[in-house]
Design a protein around this ligand. Structure first.
Ligand SMILES: [Zn+2]
Length: 137
């Protein structure tokens, strides 16, 4: 999939390094045990700075989405993109793309079970989501 290549910042580097290894990596608070996303140095639930990076299951459900039928470059303007809000099994919401399914509302029921997959773009790998395979349920 064509598109802009992410540029890690010090705050987001562990997320992108995890993706390079094929792991979805987010932060968890050691004080209250909540996972959270986006990356930040303090827990948004209890304000503790005792936070760690951890790999999560990559399982999620579809919360909401929009289909962009006419993406602008550097995306391929002839290929619709599903921009999705997903809820990870661990709790946090994440904006991502759903791939491997028709860009059609009939293929995108809310609560659709998803799993993370990694898509190469430039020298990066981007976490995206695809419908959970029957064999994995
Ligand atoms: Zn906390």
């Amino acid at each position: 999939m064509t598109g802009p290549v992410p540029v890690p910042t010090p705050a987001t580097a562990p997320y992108w390094e995890g993706a390079q290894r094929g792991e979805l990596t987010i932060q968890r608070c050691e004080s209250c045990t909540q996972h959270y996303f986006y990356p930040r140095p303090f827990c948004p639930f209890c304000n503790s700075d005792d936070v760690v990076w951890t790999s999560v299951s990559g399982r999620a459900r579809l919360v909401s989405y929009v289909i962009n039928h006419r993406p602008i470059p550097p995306f391929d303007p002839t290929t619709p993109i599903i921009v999705a809000l997903v809820e990870l099994d661990e709790g946090p919401y994440l904006m991502s793309n759903v791939i491997g399914v028709a860009a059609d509302p009939g293929s995108l029921p809310l609560d659709l079970e998803l799993e993370v997959t990694f898509v190469e773009r430039g020298d990066m790998k981007l976490p995206m989501f695809t419908p959970l395979q029957e064999s994995a349920r």
